[in-house]
Design a protein around this ligand. Sequence first.
Ligand code: IDP
Ligand code: MG
Length: 149
Amino acid sequence: MERTLIIVKPDAVQRGLTGEVIKRFEQRGLKIVAMKFIHITEELAKKHYAVHEGKPFFEGLVSYITSSPVVVMALEGNDAIAAARKTIGATKPVEAEAGSIRGDFGMEIGRNLVHGSDSPENGLLEISNFFTAEEIYSWDRATDAWIQE
Ligand code: IDP
Ligand code: MG
């Protein structure tokens, strides 16, 4: 069972796409185990995107993700990382498949609507940057057996 950190980024929240984005993960079968509405601080943004420090887009990325509130979620499921990234689509929205979130709603890499963790290890690490253990719920969902064997 994997967990991924999802961020509904400022552009998606500002454009009124929060519900649409959450809906796509939920209808796919990923289980919400944590969720909150927050304004990411510069410190947290730099921690979350530490791997990109030094790249030319880093400062712009930090100012984008801290520009207005976001919804952060931890989602759980077998192959949650791969499933969520497929639902999100390629990093560059113009290269993202139609049917993915970025392919349906995005135009530019600097406004690509959603974050999803890229490995199970990073999923757990990123979730711990945003949520305390008490904020994460393991719960039995009535539909679990109809979504996962
Ligand atoms: P990912 O979000 O698909 O995992 P990463 O390569 O991990 O993509 O990059 C993290 C985020 O940094 C991207 O989602 C995007 O918001 C931003 N980003 C990446 N490359 C560029 C770029 O070349 N210009 C502007 N922003 C970028
Ligand atoms: Mg990434």
